[in-house]
Design a protein around this ligand. Structure first.
Ligand code: HEC
Ligand code: HEC
Ligand code: HEC
Ligand code: HEC
Length: 183
C-alpha cells in the first residue's frame, strides 16, 4: 500500500517535470534561426525561406483581396480574423507565455511552424546532434508522407483560395537542404 502510494507520487512528479519541460519550449521567431541558417555553407535556409510565400503570408492578409474574402466570410478584417491567422502565421492561438520576446507573427509562416518551437534545440551543440535536437523539441520527419501530412494541415480545402496541392512539386519549390547531407 505504502509503496504503491510512493510510486504514484513519484511518477506524478516525474510526469509533471516532464510536461513542464515540454511546455517551456518557446517560439523564438525566424530571426533567431537566421543567425546560423543564412550562410551558403549550411544551405542558406533563411534566404530560401525569405523568397517563398511563407515569408509573406501575413502581408497577404493586409491586401484588399484578403479583406474582401474575410469580410464576406466572417465580417472582419483578415488580420483580425482567427480563421485566417491560424494558417497564415506561426504559433497563432498559443499562450502568450510561449512566445519569445523577439517572436513576430508578422513574419508569417516561419521555420518553427514546421520544425517546432526552438528555444531549447537552437543551441549549436544541440542542433548538431540529431537525437538531442529531437529530444529538445525539433520535429522529426521520418518519411516524405510525414512531410506531406504537415503541409496539408494548411494546404487543404479549408483555405478559401485552395486549388489543389501537388506535394512533390510544391516541396521542390521550398526545399532547403544542408549541402552534402544526402536525402
Ligand atoms: C547557434 C546556431 C544555430 C541556431 C540559432 C539554429 N540552428 Fe539549426 N542548425 C545549426 C547547425 C550547426 C546545424 C547542423 C548542420 C549540419 O548538420 O551540418 C543545424 C541543423 C538544423 C536542422 C537539421 C537538424 C536535423 O537533425 O535534422 C534543422 C531542421 C534546423 N537546424 C532548424 C533550425 C531552426 C528552425 C532554428 C530556429 C528555431 C535553428 N535551426 C536555429 C545551427 C543553428
Ligand atoms: C486552412 C488554412 C488556411 C486558412 C484557414 C486560410 N488560408 Fe489563405 N492560404 C492558405 C494557403 C495554403 C494558401 C496558398 C494557396 C494555396 O496553395 O492553397 C493561401 C493563400 C491565400 C491568399 C493568396 C492567394 C490568392 O488567391 O491570391 C489569400 C489572399 C488568402 N490566402 C487569404 C485568406 C483569408 C482572407 C483567410 C481567412 C478568411 C484565409 N486565407 C484563410 C491557407 C489558408
Ligand atoms: C513549410 C514547412 C517548413 C518551413 C517553413 C521551414 N522548413 Fe526547414 N524543413 C522542412 C522539412 C519538412 C524538412 C525535412 C526535409 C527532409 O527530411 O527530407 C526541413 C529541413 C530543414 C533542414 C535540414 C535539411 C537537411 O538537409 O537535413 C534545415 C537546416 C531546416 N529545414 C531549416 C529551416 C529554417 C532555418 C527555416 C526558416 C528560415 C525552415 N527550415 C523553414 C520544413 C520547413
Ligand atoms: C501553417 C500553415 C502552412 C503549412 C504547414 C504549410 N504552408 Fe505552404 N503556404 C501557407 C500559406 C498561408 C501560403 C500562402 C502565402 C501567401 O500567398 O501569402 C503558402 C504558400 C505556399 C507555397 C506557394 C504557393 C503559391 O501558390 O505560390 C508553396 C510552394 C508552399 N506553401 C509549400 C508548402 C509545403 C511544401 C509545405 C509542407 C512542407 C507547406 N507549404 C506547409 C501555409 C502553410
Amino acid at each position: 500500500m505504502k509503496l504503491s502510494r510512493f510510486l504514484i507520487l513519484t511518477s506524478t512528479i516525474i510526469m509533471l517535470a516532464f510536461s513542464s519541460n515540454i511546455m517551456a519550449q518557446k517560439y523564438v521567431g525566424v530571426k533567431k534561426c537566421a543567425m546560423c541558417h543564412k550562410s551558403k555553407k549550411i544551405g542558406a535556409q533563411y534566404k530560401i525561406w525569405k523568397k517563398t510565400k511563407h515569408a509573406k503570408a501575413y502581408e497577404t492578409l493586409k491586401t484588399e483581396k484578403a479583406d474582401k474574402i474575410s469580410m464576406k466570410k466572417d465580417g472582419k478584417k483578415a488580420v483580425d480574423n482567427p480563421n485566417c491567422l491560424k494558417c497564415h502565421v506561426t504559433a497563432y492561438g498559443v499562450d502568450k507565455s510561449l512566445l519569445g520576446k523577439k517572436f513576430k507573427m508578422e513574419n508569417g509562416v516561419q521555420c518553427e511552424t514546421c520544425h517546432g518551437p526552438g528555444s531549447k534545440y537552437k543551441k549549436k551543440k544541440i542542433m548538431k546532434n540529431h537525437a538531442k535536437a529531437v529530444a529538445n523539441g525539433l520535429v522529426e520527419y521520418k518519411t516524405k508522407a510525414d512531410i506531406e501530412k504537415k503541409c496539408k494541415t494548411c494546404h487543404n480545402e479549408k483555405s478559401p483560395s485552395y486549388k489543389g496541392f501537388d506535394f512533390e512539386k510544391r516541396w521542390k519549390e521550398i526545399a532547403h537542404y544542408i549541402p552534402g547531407k544526402k536525402k
